[in-house]
Design a protein around this ligand. Sequence first.
Ligand code: GDP
Ligand code: MG
Length: 631
Amino acid sequence: MSNKKPQTMGANKQADDAKDAVTVSAIAASYDDQIRPLLDAVDRLRHLKVTQEGIQLPTIVVVGDQSSGKSSVLESLAGISLPRGQGICTRVPLVMRLQDDLSADAPKLQLEYSNGVVVATTESKVADAINAATAQIAGSGKGISDAPITLVVRKKGVPDLTLVDLPGITRVPVQGQPEDIYDQVSNIIKQYIAPKESIILNVLSATVDFPTCESIRMSQQVDRTGDRTLAVVTKADKAPEGLLEKVTMDDVNIGLGYVCVRNRVGDETYDQARVEEERLFKYHPLLSKIDRSMVGIPVLAQRLMHIQASIIAKCLPDIVKQINDRLSRSSAELDQMPQDLNNVADAVRVFFRIVKQVCVSTEKVLVRGEFEEYPDDRDFHGTARVAEMLAEYAKKLPAQCPRSDHELFLMEEVRILEETKGINLPNFLPRSAFLVMLKKKVETIDQVPQELANGVWAYVEDLVIKILMKHSDNFPQVQSSCRRAVQGLMDKARARSAQHVKELIEMELVADYTSNPDYMKTWTEIMDGYDKFMEAVEDASKPARITLQGLMDGLALHVLLSVKRLVEKDLEEELGNEVLGNKIAGVERMLAPSPSTGTKRERLKKSIVLLRQSKEVVANIMDRINAAGEV
Ligand code: GDP
Ligand code: MG
């Protein structure tokens, strides 16, 4: 005998037509086969709190103005009593999981809240238990909270539904309510109804004008077309006049339609209430005109189960994708976190791995010209930038050859030569005189190579520190001493370069010029005669280029070699000394985990566990769906 779920709510109780009974049991069977597992999967995901991972679950959210009858509707669906009273009594979201349990002789009720508190309760005590849990979460006053309580109701004949009841919307705070109660409540409501996975069950009292309802205004903000909004009109018994018109005209855009109900009144039992409701919509002169597909709690239950099944089916593939995405993102993030460092040996190992990474990265960008780590950041394309600087300075040199204001280059020298003409042999240029003059000139331009060296080291320092900071991201404790080490290293490099530049210039001046073929050529030409020398001198760039080109080449070579040495040897040594020196105080600092790292790791680990479990839940259900599809 298949179960009679669709009949249990009462509307079809009189359905004695045999054909109908067959259809109904077929629906019930397929419901148990196909829809129930979907609901279970979503409930399990909700239980696992995947929403904490930002994954939205298909949810039916009950909204309504204060005293519109939200709790009463839930009571009618569940057939149990919920807390009721004046003003706000729903002060935290209440997730109600109704599960039809044929095997249950008596209903089984259970409350879950505050991360793992589970309390078994009974129908008569559930209202008190909810109030006690609410007080624990939101205080005993009139405050509210967005931390939910879950009420599981396993009972024969209830519709399989999960609904969320929210605090009612109120414009004016009542005695004892916080001043900003409206903002607080509307924030909680928005948080629940904004996701497109939510179905909005808008509870409207027949006694009010729908367009004036706050809950209508709010649901229209997030669901303008009303495609995911279903209206329940309560208190049909209290205001039957004009109700038919109200629900057929639909001037508030309710896309999923209206269901009019009559909840329990006074001391009625739930069964009595259903009988009264049925009678009301059957015989009332005005209410009986409303189509039967739009009235009664059993119709509402069927509509909700149907809507719930289709929204779940629609959302599930995307949920699978989101779980997988988040799982791989969290795992990747955790992989990049530093492992726990338990002892100095661990710390030293990790530290040298970081140093190695820094050296490799630096070598790639500054020596090899491999930029795959920073494809889009030109600032990290080290070899290109250094080459640019060298080219820039090479261009500057001839232009900056000294000439006092409007004078021609070397004109002073020419004057001196003219002066000495009489003393020396005619047509013979004294080599020593020439060198003295040249030296003077070159000294006045030694600023240029010095500037180049400084510019290059400033750039390299900045680059190395950026790379270092990136790789040591997980150990902020040692970053400042590493930075100091790099700065010290750069100071040394700068000093070496300055010295080198000086030597280069001196070499240019005192070394044997005969080693330079260009120079020899010029020299011979000059020696050929004073007239020829004058020609050479008047070609202003010539002698300058001989000397300065050599300087330039020497400097470029020096810069490149120094950078190479830096990444191949000095950097590792210097960082090691800084952190390992001073009785390895630096590395010991690494052992004290930075608090933010610890919390982050914990969060990621938890998130991964949760996502793995969720993945399993959805994998099972997807397998079932696929298997069913193949049959
Ligand atoms: P909530 O604040 O939206 O949760 O509203 P409640 O469910 O607490 O209902 C507010 C009041 O309206 C209570 O006194 C209910 O008994 C009453 N009520 C709710 N639904 C009906 C109904 O269909 N008919 C009648 N006559 N009273 C109702
Ligand atoms: Mg309520």
